[in-house]
Design a binder for this molecule. Structure first.
Ligand SMILES: [Mg+2]
Length: 438
């Protein structure tokens, strides 16, 4: 025990780009083959069969196809491999929809890439409540699978490092725990290069002194690691190998403020009086929120519906609208939809016998109207989330480039691919602004 225990989930989409491309294809043609069920991959120039694999299906993995390897090599391993080009606009849409769902469980979310996020759920589940954590992880996985039709892995532990390591265990659609007492069995046998934060060159330096597994590093003298890697890195590796991490889940600050209103009800709401007593309150709150937005010259894109039960538990759901709005009608429609899901569905709170004491409606991801009217690219530049997603793309792109350089074979076709990627990146900023969750 290091006194820093929290209940941390790391949620990671299984074969994200591949899954999201598969869903896009299925949405356009429900009769199409599901890419996830056949050997398939995202990346490269599909026609010329050059470039590199940026994502692969699980059947493709069984052929030994690896992310980051040249398409040519992947095709040697698996000649029937089906390839599709990347579609970042679609990826971003699914990424945002996923984060909307996760935000319904806790505001303490840190999105770390387009397809993964940490959640600090300590307020809901004590770090010692292992059963509770497993049940909630299953609930989140089911929620994502049912609503968005793709699967995620959830890693659970008392800190981010261990939760992230756990989510990388067997896939897809699995929950794994990696509590401190499980570290010797589940983490120490892994090769040192798989330790989070241990790059290739660090791993090579450690292998030179006979440290091949994470357990070797955990059992080594701190001073030995520091003499090889330097004070800071040595300490980081030693701590990490021992499952120690003090990094907290750092929720991005609301990009702008949010506007919300809530009302404690004179009488608890149940299934019986929801229509007569609940719906009018939702309507009234939506109008209030819209009025406040309009008064301040603001528009928002994410609507949150929140309730407090008679047992004082808070539940919330949120969704992104396709466009920014300040209209009561839009906010009310979204709030009613969310209320219906949260309260009335077969998994709803009413079915579970929960009665409602307080209702809240809010709008976030707000911008001033003037900003909305600005040049779309400029607006995107101000949007931290866009920035983050773009950064992830940029990283993927840079990685691709590094690999290509290593191959020392920059053909004209690859230059063309660069050009295409740049165009995709360029388009991405503006296109995604208009297309939120549908
Ligand atoms: Mg992933």
């Amino acid at each position: 025990m290091d006194g820093y225990e929290r209940t941390i989930f790391h949620v990671d989409v299984n074969s994200a780009f591949l899954s999201w491309s598969a869903l896009k294809i299925l949405a356009e043609d429900p009769g199409a083959v599901d890419l996830r069920t056949i050997p398939s991959g995202v990346g490269g120039d599909v026609k010329t069969r050059h470039g590199i694999i940026t994502a692969k299906s699980i059947p493709a993995k069984k052929y030994g196809v690896q992310t980051g390897e040249p398409v040519v090599k992947a095709l040697q391993k698996c000649p029937q491999l089906v390839l599709v080009p990347p579609d970042f606009e679609t990826y971003r849409k699914y990424s945002r929809a996923l984060m909307d769902i996760l935000a319904g469980y806790t505001p303490l979310i840190q999105q770390v890439s387009i397809d993964e996020a940490y959640m600090d759920l300590t307020d809901r589940i004590a770090p010692t409540d292992r059963e509770g954590a497993l049940a909630l992880a299953k609930q989140i996985r089911d929620h994502v699978r049912e609503e968005l039709k793709f699967t995620v892995n959830v890693g659970i532990s008392v800190n981010k490092l261990l939760a992230k390591t756990a989510s990388d265990f067997e896939k897809p659609d699995k929950t794994h725990t990696l509590y401190p007492e499980e570290v010797p069995v589940k983490m120490w046998p892994l090769s040192i290069g798989t330790l989070h934060g241990c790059g290739k060159s660090t791993a090579q330096k450690l292998q030179l002194i006979g440290i091949n597994t994470i357990g070797d590093a955990a059992g080594a003298d701190l001073s030995l690691l520091q003499s090889v890697l330097g004070q800071k890195s040595g300490a980081y590796i030693w701590n990490s190998a021992n499952g120690i991490s003090k990094s907290r889940v750092d929720p991005e600050r609301e990009q702008a403020k949010s506007v919300s209103n809530e009302r404690t009800l004179s009488e608890d709401i149940t299934r019986e009086n929801y229509q007569t007593d609940g719906v009018p309150v939702i309507r009234m709150l939506s109008e209030k929120v819209a009025g406040r937005l309009q008064k301040s010259g603001l528009t928002g894109q994410t609507v949150t519906f929140q309730v407090k039960s008679s047992g004082f538990e808070r539940y919330s759901r949120q969704m992104s609208l396709p466009d920014m709005t300040d209209r009561a009608k839009d906010i009310e429609a979204a709030a009613l939809l969310l209320a219906d899901k949260l309260l009335n569905g077969p998994d709803g709170l009413f079915e579970a016998g929960v009665t409602i004491r307080l209702i809240g409606v809010g709008v976030s991801r707000i911008s001033e109207k003037q900003i909305h009217q600005m040049d779309l690219f400029e607006w995107a530049d101000r949007n931290e989330e866009d920035e983050k997603a773009r950064k992830a793309e940029e990283e993927a792109r840079l990685a691709e480039e590094a690999i290509r350089r290593a191959q020392k074979a920059r053909s004209a076709r690859q230059a063309k691919l660069d050009d295409m990627m740049n165009k995709v990146n360029g388009r991405y900023g503006s296109g995604t602004l208009r297309k939120g969750k549908t």
